[in-house]
Structures are given as structure tokens and as C-alpha cells.
Design a protein around this ligand. Structure first.
Ligand code: MLT
Length: 205
């Protein structure tokens, strides 16, 4: 629906929140399926491909340069993706998903948490940064206390550590229950990310 290529893996266990898997720049809808299956064995996985192309590489929103975002495009794409999730949920009969986003996918998940928090049950944001410099203030009645795990790399060359800390504050102000872990890692995924994501989903998934 809505122009998103996507993969859907049905649940093989009961009572687990579905995962919304969101890949990084240059990935696609297949990329995070192994990670999702590892951190939440048996959970349903909905995995869309980013609708924007940058030199042939799929992404979830446009950027002007590395780390310099087209914020109007972020607003548009976060809303499109939120609509896709709602539509997929009603077609597939899915519960509200927990986002599992890496890099660019984590950034669009952060934007959804700020703009359309009702769509997600929570989120794991791996190597995320601030998507919107001035996020909208939370409207009355927006569901709060969404559990959010931010996994940052202390040596990440793309995400400065103060930027990740600012994202953690923005999401907390927007009502999320944020845990921010800073790992001895760069921008890439590590074994520690997998362990922390698995524990988070055992508690909240
Ligand atoms: C982004 O563009 O979302 C960030 O720079 C992360 C990336 O995709 O490299």
C-alpha cells in the first residue's frame, strides 16, 4: 500500500508486539529481517523499503548532505510511513508495532515518534540523530510513556554524541520513556546492540 515495497513475516509465537523494521541508507526491506528475528524470535515483522532514492540508494527521507536533513521532506515521509503502518495493521490484523530502526531508519522512526506517536508502541533507535530541530510540542491527549531505547556509538563518525543526547531529551519531552545507552562502538551494529535490543524487547515486546 501507498507505494512502499515491503516484506511481511507473520508471527510464529503468540503475544509479541510486531516489529516495524526500518533499514539504513542503501538497504532495503530484506536487510533487517535477520536482526529482527534475532532480537524478537517469533514476532511478526513488517519491513518497508524507504521511498526515497539517493544515487540509487533507498532511504526514508531526503537529505541535503550527510547529517543535513530536508525537514519538510521528513515531515511528509514520516506521515506517509505512519499511514502505511496504519493501513498495513488493518489489512494484516496487526497490533501496534515497535519500531526497530538503524541509522536512517532510526531517524525516520524518531520523526514518527515526534509527529505521529500514536502509531508506534515503542522504538529501538540504533545510531539515531535529531530528525527535526524544532519538533512540534505534544498535543493534549497524545499517548505518552512509549518505551524508547536509543543505542548510540561513542565513536560514531556520523552522529555526534551531543546530537544523540538532544534526541533523547526531545523524545522524553514528547512523553516517551527513554533509555539512552552509549556503546563503545562506531556507526555500525555491534553484538552489544543485539543484546540490549533483545533485553528491551523481552521487557516491552
Ligand atoms: C541520515 O541521513 O539519516 C543519517 O545521516 C544516517 C545515514 O543514513 O547515514
Amino acid at each position: 500500500p501507498l507505494g512502499h515495497h515491503a516484506r511481511f513475516v507473520p508471527a510464529t509465537a503468540d503475544g509479541l508486539a510486531p516489529l516495524l523494521a526500518l533499514h539504513g541508507t542503501g538497504g532495503d526491506e530484506n536487510d533487517l529481517l535477520p536482526l529482527a528475528a534475532m532480537v524478537a524470535p517469533g514476532a511478526a515483522i513488517l519491513s518497508p523499503r524507504g521511498a526515497v532514492l539517493e544515487n540509487g540508494m533507498p532511504r526514508f527521507f531526503r537529505r541535503l548532505a550527510e547529517g543535513v536533513f530536508d525537514e519538510a521532506d521528513i515531515v511528509r515521509r514520516a506521515n506517509d510511513l505512519a499511514d502505511f503502518v496504519e493501513e498495513s495493521r488493518s489489512t494484516l490484523g496487526l497490533a501496534r508495532p515497535i519500531a526497530l530502526g538503524f541509522s536512517n531508519g532510526a531517524n525516520i522512526a524518531a520523526a514518527m515518534l515526534l509527529l505521529r506517536p500514536e502509531v508506534l508502541a515503542g522504538a529501538i533507535l540504533i545510531r539515531a540523530m535529531v530528525p527535526l530541530k524544532e519538533p512540534p510540542s505534544r498535543a493534549d491527549g497524545t499517548p505518552a510513556d512509549r518505551p524508547v531505547l536509543i543505542l548510540s556509538g561513542a565513536m560514531d563518525p556520523i552522529v555526534p554524541s551531543d546530537n544523540a543526547a538532544r534526541l533523547a531529551r526531545q523524545l522524553a519531552l514528547a512523553g516517551a520513556a527513554v533509555t539512552h545507552e552509549i556503546l563503545p562502538a562506531g556507526h555500525g551494529l555491534t553484538q552489544a546492540d543485539i543484546g540490549l535490543a533483545t533485553s528491551f524487547l523481552r521487557e516491552h515486546g
